[in-house]
Design a protein around this ligand. Sequence first.
Ligand code: ADE
Length: 311
Amino acid sequence: VPDDDQAPLKPPASRAQSKSRNSSVNGRLTADDFEFLDELGEGSYSTVYHGRLRATGQEYAIKRIDKAHLKRHQKEATALAEKNTLVRLGSGHPGIVRLHWTFQDEWSLFFVLDLARNGELQTRISRMGSLSIECVRYYSAQIVDALGYMHSKGVIHRDLKPENLLLDDAFRIKITDFGTGKILDSGGEPTKTFVGTAQYVSPELLEHNESSKSSDFWALGCIIYQMIAGRFVFRGLSDWQKIKQLEYSFPEGFDDQAQDLIRKLLVRDPDQRLGAGPPGSPWDMDALRNHPFFSGINWRTLWTDPAPPLE
Ligand code: ADE
């Protein structure tokens, strides 16, 4: 990770105006500029804290990545990928966690991110058992919208799952954890690295170690199923054969339109999945947005409409 890693991101205005209070010599932020409050979560090589920028009082999620751990496990590329994809995505979409600044000290890399106060969607699903169909519709639409933006910027996530879908103050989705993110070159060709989480792994990843934009749509199908049924559609690598043969079933009473949508997302051929088709085709991004399951969604007001009650 380069040393000048704050280059693409501007320091806060109020900070620039109050130079005398700066604790860093070169005008860059340091850990001392933040008050570290509680711990929000722990990843395999990082810890996320709730922090406050002293100069403005603004609160953030601060991801601290241990450099020694990165080096020991040869994960430098992961941290760099996470930063590069977040920089590429910029502040362009409300459904994607924004990277405000990065800095480092001798031991750690720090990513200052949007704070999503209501935690992981996974926790909601576990706590509630499952979500109401209106909630599922709203969250699914927000994920679709954020994916559309992300893919239009040439970024694939490759590890979409309810643990990586955070909820902000207004219970709107914020996609996080781009450590497995990938910036596609202009062709959008599949990439050959095994990443992801067992329960959301697509057949092409299992069989050819390949993922593309389309693998994010497979994961979306798995997530929609899970939000409604309260359980995994496939249990993961132990269900390898089932994933490849699309062996799954819907519980009694499962919403018909959601079933239809999931059947069009959990398609073996990645090129045939709804949302993955070339623009203008009957299975392109517009076709996904226009699926009957989303007929109650107003895509223009999706990010200002209030979230439906959680129960
Ligand atoms: N846990 C991990 N990332 C987070 C974030 N950005 N906001 C809140 N909690 C988190």
